[in-house]
Design a protein around this ligand. Sequence first.
Ligand code: TYD
Length: 140
Amino acid sequence: MKTKIFYKKKIIRKLKNIKDPRGDLSVGNFIDNIPFRPKRYFIFKISDKTVRGEHAHIKCHQFIICVNGSFKVEIDNTKTKKSIFLNSPKFGCYLPPMVWSKLHSFSKNTIAIVFASHLYNEKDYIRNYKDYVKYKNQRK
Ligand code: TYD
C-alpha cells in the first residue's frame, strides 16, 4: 500500500504527552499540531461494531483524537489508501479536505473527539464514493 501522498500531509500527528502521578495530560496546539483553527467539535461515543464516516468533505478539515478505546480510520484519496489505528490521546489523525474516510472496528467504550475547521454544513459532504471520485477527477 503506497503512503507517499498521505505522508506529505502528515496524517498521524504526535501530540505532547505529560506524564504525571496525578494523571497523564495530552496537549495539542492549534496550527502547529492541529493544522487549522477549529470552529466546531463533536464527540462520539460508540460501543459496538458499527461503521461511521464513509464520506468526504469538500472544504472541511478534521482532526480526530481517540480519548478512550480504539478504532481504525481508513483514508482514501483515490490514489492511495491508508489504514490508521487510533488507541491513544497521544496521537491525532488529521483528515484534510477531499479525502474519503471510514471509521470502523470500534472497541467497547470508544470515545473520540473530532475538531472541524467549519461549522456543520450538509452541502460540504460527499456521501457517495462514485460522486467523490468524479468530483476529485474534475478538480485535477
Ligand atoms: P455524520 O457526519 O453523517 O456522522 P458520521 O460521519 O460520524 O457517521 O452525522 C450524523 C448526523 O449528525 C447527521 O444527521 C448530521 C448530524 N450532525 C450535526 O448536526 N452536526 C455535526 O456537527 C455533525 C458532525 C453531525
